[in-house]
Design a binder for this molecule. Structure first.
Ligand SMILES: Nc1ncnc2c1ncn2[C@@H]1O[C@H](COP(=O)(O)OP(=O)(O)O)[C@@H](O)[C@H]1O
Ligand SMILES: [Mg+2]
Length: 254
């Protein structure tokens, strides 16, 4: 991330007073969140605190019990191809298609669907960006876990979504691969300026990637750090580590 790109002042996504849960089980309680274009917001919290639920709400895959989701200034209730989800699962590429075909398929259903003449170049560029230019004809089962996640990134950024929703996308790869993928994502975001809501339970990952880090707890969010003002500052790490809600690993339910 270069930090040179100006973050627009108007939010691309707003979650307003969101309460959500499953049947009678409450998960999110009056959560408010704004993401501004080209900003990377990391949501940090342990397993089970509601991070995936928050992403599902942000992508309109789950309806909130109360509150509203506003995307690009309009209230939204259905998913659309401008908000694109990347999952942890390494099997998110369609197994019966090559890498190239996977990206083509996504383009066909994405924001660039009415520009088929641009697809070939876009596919090549996306694969090049993630270092998979020689793997275009491979099927997902022929890729390592790290390559598959690179492929998922190529597909996601190739579609040029306005907002990326990433659910612990590097959670299931080994540590060196994870670090490689994190730095690749930093480069991709720096090049594409894509607003990103990135969910993780890994503090170091949040500190590396986020312009802002929010801890999800029963009171909504606690802001821990702003990378735009304190890039990678060790005190930010300490501050985050010592935060009582993280230290005690305690996420009270409303
Ligand atoms: N489809 C579902 N039905 C019922 N409970 C669910 C469902 N999905 C998640 N939950 C519960 O909601 C809580 C929050 O889940 P989730 O948002 O997946 O947490 P996280 O992503 O932070 O691990 C957990 O207690 C989980 O068991
Ligand atoms: Mg989750």
């Amino acid at each position: 991330m270069t930090g040179q790109h100006e973050i627009p002042k108007k939010p691309i996504l707003e979650l307003k007073n969101i309460s959500a849960g499953y049947a009678d089980y409450p998960v999110l309680h009056q959560v408010n969140l704004q993401i501004f274009g080209s900003e990377v917001v990391c949501v940090l919290g342990p397993s089970g605190c509601g991070k995936s639920t928050l992403l599902k709400i942000a992508g309109s895959f789950l309806a909130p019990k109360a509150g509203s989701v506003v995307f690009q200034g309009k209230m939204v209730t259905n998913p659309d191809h401008h908000r694109l989800m990347v999952f942890q699962n390494q099997n998110q590429l369609l197994p019966w298609m090559t890498l190239e075909q996977n990206i083509r398929f996504a383009l066909k259903h994405g924001p660039l669907k009415s520009h088929p003449s641009s697809w070939r170049e876009r596919i090549a560029k996306s694969l090049q960006e993630v270092g998979l230019q020689n793997a275009a004809k491979l099927y997902p089962h022929q890729l390592s876990g790290g390559m598959a996640q690179r492929g998922a990134l190529a597909r996601a950024f190739g579609c040029q979504p306005a907002l990326l929703l990433m659910d612990e996308p590097f959670g299931s790869v080994d540590a060196p691969t994870r670090s490689e993928l994190q730095h690749l994502l930093l480069d991709l975001i720096a090049n594409h300026h894509t607003a990103t809501l990135f969910v993780t339970h890994d503090l170091e990952e949040a500190l590396l990637l986020g312009h802002r880090i929010l801890v999800l707890n029963s009171r909504g969010f606690i802001t821990l750090d702003s990378r735009s003002t304190k890039p990678g500052h060790p005190s930010a790490v300490r501050q985050a580590m010592e935060h009582p809600d993280l230290r005690a690993n305690r996420y009270d339910r409303p």
